[in-house]
Every structure is written in structure tokens, then in C-alpha cells.
Design a protein around this ligand. Sequence first.
Ligand code: PLP
Length: 364
Amino acid sequence: MTRVLAEHWGSASSVHAMGAQARAWIDRAREQVAAMAGCEPEEVYFTAGATEALNWAVKVVGLGEAGVPRGVVASPIEHEATLAACRWCAGRGAPMHWLPVGGDGRARPADADIRRSDGIGLVVLMAANNETGCIQPVGDAVRLARGAEALLLVDAVQSAPWGLEPFRGSGIDLMALSSHKFNGPQGVGALLIRRGTKFASWIHGGGQEQGLRAGTPNTASVVGMGAAAAEVVTRCGMAGAVADLRDRLQASLLSCVHGVSVTAGDEPRLPGHLHVSVRGVQGEAVVMGLSQLGVFASAGAACSSGAVEVSHVLRAMGVSEERGRGAVRFSLGPETTADDVGRTVGAMTEVVAELRALGGCGAG
Ligand code: PLP
């Protein structure tokens, strides 16, 4: 990335030698992303992140052609990028159908009551949930989409870094990827479009990305995404070790911090995800306390205007208000060490004890 920014900063759209050099960099990155995702390079369309990729896919299908909106089937535990795009389409006449979700954190495409005559254009399911880490039944979504004669969009943002859900031969038509989930730069991602899929442009202009996504490509970021994609194989080899550390963190939190419960702990999960709920405290307050001790986690709840809201994912799973308010998510990666786990357990013990001692402030 540094070399591209310092030396090879020609626009990939230019015909001169510097442009050709930028194109060569981008072609290499496209091959690297294709190798990671298990698809052809021509099926990779670079975007400014997965939010754009998801919006593109949902909106062009949901809006339909010639002013006739198509139905969209999605799980209510999708990322907000998908949910907001679905709501946008619904506001313009696209019928929305929501998949049932079990208390185990898994959507149930197999139980959806969808018929061919429902005019569905798109089925959307994430391969793994970003809050709970729960792996979703993509195979059932493939069958649902085929039965409805609809396209299937899979949000593989969380699963791709662990080598799950290769594109080729999967029956998936569209897939969203985000570079920063596998150690690449932020603000770059891709939409994979299965060869032969009839698909429209969303961002119009200079005809870049095979005429489907206009705009001068962000060469340095694309190159960074490609380089990170090339490292994913190594990363996948460490999945077992990461899951072991995650399990150690889970066991230590359960034994050292009173009132901790694990969300979807018995379900198939991503190796680096641990979602817990701490009784009697608010997740946001825990995350802020941890941050002061140098441990960076996330609350599964969004705090707006002072009111802590239970996340839409936990709501869909039927998790209680109290449990939902105490939600905290830890993400581990190949860089995480046993020392980090020990420090996190120590920090959690301290922060939760302090919040409980404070009573009302931070206690849920
Ligand atoms: N989908 C999922 C499951 C995510 O976790 C995220 C980001 O956290 C996104 C989509 C959005 O990706 P981006 O940050 O590249 O826009």
C-alpha cells in the first residue's frame, strides 16, 4: 500500500504506463481475493466496503426493473447495512419477508413460508452473525432461493476471514466481503457476482469494474485487501488455536465473574467470537471500564440518548431485556495471546466489581 501511494499512484483508468501499472496491481489483488473466496477474478467487484456491497445487491434487486419492486426475504439478525437497505426498498414498494430466528441465534430459512408465486427477487442471509458469532444455515437459504427462483445474497463478512463459505459451486449468487475483517484496510470490500448473473449497476459513471461499479478505484486499499486476502490461508490454519483461547476466556469468565452467561455457547460459532451477558450491569459501562484498562471489547447494545437498547439480534433471539442490557462481545484473532486472555479476565473482574459497588450507575 505504501509503495502504491508513494510511487505507483497513477489512475487505473488511464491509458498511459502508470495507469497500466495501477491496473496490474488491481488485477493481482483481484486474483488474491478470488483465491481467498473461491471464485473467478472476474466475479470480484471492488467496493468501498461491505456496507456498499450489501446496499448495492439489496437495492438493485429490491427495486426491480421497469419500476416493479421485487420481494426480499431476509433474516432480522442481518447487519444494519442490510436491514436499512431492506427498509429502504420496503418504503418503495418491495414486499419484505422476515425469516424466523431461534433462541439458538440461528435463522430458519427452512421454515420460511415462501412460494414461487410470491415474486421474490432476493434472499439474504449472513454466513455468520457479527454479534453472537453463530454460523447460519446457508445451505437452507440456497434451497429457499432456488425454490423461489430468487437470487441469494450471502453476507460473508464474518465468515470469510476463517475460510468458511467458498463461493464456487455453493449455489450463492452474490456475496459481500469486507477487507478490515481479515486484517486489511478499512473502507474497501467487494461484491462477488456469480458469472452469468444478470445484475445492474448502482453507482453510475465511468464504467469501471466491468461497467458495474463506476469510480476511480482506490488502488492502495484494493492492494491492501489483496495482500490481506493472501494471508487468510495462514489465518485459517490458526482457527483451532484461536477457538482454544476463546474457550479458555469463556471458562475463566464463567468461573471468575459472578453472573456471566454465554450466548449461544453450544452452537456452531466463529472461532474468535465470545458473546456474554453480565447480570446486573450494563454492557456499555463494562466496555468503557475495560477500555480504561486497555481491553477493547464491544457492547452488543447500542446506546442512544442515554437509553441503552437491546440489540436487534438479541431481540430476535428472544433474549430478556436484562440479559440483553448486560451484553458484551469479545473478538479474538490470530494475534491474541494467552496473556491477553489473562489480562481480560482480570480487567473484567475489576470492572464488574466496581460497577456493582456503584449500584445505580452502570448497573442495569
Ligand atoms: N456485515 C457484517 C456482518 C459486518 O460485521 C459488517 C461490519 O462490521 C458489515 C457488514 C459492514 O462492513 P463494512 O464495515 O465493510 O461496511
